[in-house]
Design a protein around this ligand. Structure first.
Ligand code: SF4
Length: 550
């Protein structure tokens, strides 16, 4: 590794005539209401007002700028009020869709959740969240129906088990995706857990990094199966072995989906684990200083990376932010499929880990508490969440695996899922999300039930990602069958809930975005038959070894 300080080289970045709100080019004046709100008051300060004022005086005392802006930095969003169909989503102002209840995210950041943590998370759900809890595809536990009066108690309980809601939402470094098998997988390249912990310790809740142009997503894995969807994060660290220096990480930047998807750019550099937090800080600082802040739709790192290109991004990172040149190295081999770790696997210490799945991430508080009890009963270390709305039980003795698999099944978590249950994800959708146009979770649960009847055995994996709007929180463009919620016309010409279909997307080897054809639209009611037709055609027409994606 070459970590000698570089000669001081000035990096010239021309100042465009029309600024996009890039701070470092002198455009410091807020160009929209989100930027104004962040300038008016650092969003992290809202915690004090939640604890000291709003939780005591109630919902009506909340300053609207906090309610619809800064609350997000504490993991809180107002949830969608019931009674508005998807047609209203675009017609009404956000505040008209506001309920008096909140969605709350707790970030897990790749940590092992032990029995106490799981029972605490479960108790919060049953006591304060009407028994709701979802595992998101970003290592979060997400509750609904939270009332402002209960937030201080929830914060206290979450923090008592080493977790936080801090910056789980907002224009901030959101929850990290870490490998669910960090430190335990036999074939691991490197355990990156300590780097994630250090990033969190130094930078989460740090006011220097709490006013970003928009959200900033981090992924880190030392597992060869790239099990954290590194292609679609703002910054990803991916295990790679340097021929001289040994195991470390490749750095990828500027991935993201939503309405303008980009796969991450590989910088072609290798960093040792000790340097990961500094490099993370360099990348997030570039985003903070040069990211576009005028239009929310362009305020993601992917646009800056696309405009600058790899070489310029790397030059600015090394020369302006790190002061050292990073070692050059080809990126690691891309796996055939990204690991979801479902099933029973032997770990490197001779014990086992068990990947199990709820249905599209939907669990509840009772299940979380039950899971905590099972971890204790079987003497396991705990549970990690995955990037696919699933979970992995860690540290199980060999003679306990069968009993644990059976017990997991009893609480609705299976280690032997069908293809459909294993490979279908769904976002929050119209049940709670103010941006949603259609229902997602229950529709997916029904779809899975039906597909399990129609195709009980499948010898080739097919993934389905169901999204309630174009924002692609459940990754519309990178599934075999990606569904983007929208209103469509039924056979009588009426507008009804449905989906634009994207076909043949994927991550890992052959990563690409699914094709979107105008004709590929389906009503929600017609979804079961539509997917059935797709799968039937694929099975009938495939050549030997041909995947759905190809
Ligand atoms: Fe909400 Fe749309 Fe994201 Fe689904 S994809 S959670 S509907 S913003």
């Amino acid at each position: 590794m070459n970590d000698q300080p570089t000669a001081s080289v000035k990096v010239e970045i021309p100042r465009p005539k029309r600024g996009e709100g890039q701070w470092e080019l002198g455009y410091r004046e807020p160009l929209n209401k989100n930027e104004q709100s962040k300038k008016d008051d650092n969003p992290l300060n809202v915690r004090g007002r939640i604890l000291g004022i709003y939780s005591k005086k109630g919902f009506d005392s909340i300053d609207p700028a906090d309610l619809r802006g800064r609350f997000r930095w504490m993991g809180l969003y107002t949830q969608r009020a019931p009674g508005f169909d998807g047609g209203k989503t675009a017609q009404l102002e956000e505040e008209e869709l506001d309920d008096r209840y909140f969605m709350l995210r707790v970030r897990a950041d790749g940590k092992v959740l032990n029995a106490d943590a799981l029972r605490t998370l479960g108790g919060i759900s049953t006591e304060f969240g009407r028994n709701t809890a979802d595992i998101t595809d970003r290592n979060n536990i997400q509750y609904h129906w939270i009332e402002i009066e209960n937030v201080p108690t929830i914060f206290e309980r979450v923090e008592a088990v080493g977790l936080t809601t801090l910056e789980a939402c907002g224009d901030s470094p959101r929850g990290f995706l870490g490998s669910p098998v960090a430190g335990i997988a036999k074939d691991e390249i490197i355990d990156g857990s300590s780097a994630l912990e250090e990033i969190k310790r130094r930078y989460i809740g740090n006011p220097e990094y709490s006013n970003l142009p928009r959200k900033f997503k981090t992924a880190l894995t030392g597992h060869p199966s790239h099990d954290v969807a590194p292609e679609i994060n703002d910054v990803s660290f991916v295990g790679n072995v340097h021929p001289e220096h040994g195991p470390g990480f490749d750095v990828w930047v500027g991935g993201g989906l939503s309405t303008n998807p980009h796969l991450a750019t590989k910088l072609g550099v290798w960093v040792p684990i000790e340097q990961v937090p500094d490099v993370w800080e360099g990348v997030v600082s570039i985003f903070r200083d040069y990211g576009y802040r005028r239009l929310r739709s362009r305020a993601r790192l992917k646009f800056l990376v696309a405009d600058w290109g790899r070489d310029k991004f790397l030059e600015v990172l090394e020369k302006k932010y790190l002061g050292v040149d990073l070692a050059r190295l080809e990126s690691p081999e891309t796996p055939q499929h990204q690991g979801d770790h479902i099933g029973v696997h032997e770990a490197k210490d001779g014990r086992f880990y068990i990947g199990a799945t709820p249905v599209v991430g939907r669990i509840d508080g009772t299940t979380l508490t039950g899971l905590g009890d099972l971890v204790e009963k079987h003497g396991a270390d705990g549970v990690r969440l995955t990037a696919y709305q699933k979970l992995v039980v860690i540290g199980v003795d060999g003679d306990k695996t069968d009993a644990l698999v059976e017990d997991l099944e009893k609480i609705g978590l299976t280690a032997k899922p069908s293809n459909w249950r294993r490979r279908t994800m769904a976002c929050t959708g119209i049940e709670f999300c103010k941006l949603a146009i259609v229902e997602t979770k229950q529709r997916s649960i029904d779809l899975i039930t039906e597909l399990e009847k129609r195709f009980p055995e499948l010898d080739s994996p097919i993934s389905i990602n169901v999204n309630g709007c174009p924002n692609a929180c459940a990754r519309t463009q990178v599934a075999d069958i990606g569904l983007k919620g929208q209103l469509v016309l039924d056979e009588n010409g009426n507008q009804v809930s449905g989906y634009q279909v994207h076909l043949g997307g994927g991550l890992a080897l052959g990563a690409n975005f699914g094709r979107k054809l105008r004709a590929h639209k389906v009503t929600s009611d017609g979804l079961d038959d539509y997917v059935t037709k797709l799968v039937t055609n694929y099975l009938a027409g495939r050549e030997s070894g041909e995947s759905f994606q190809s």
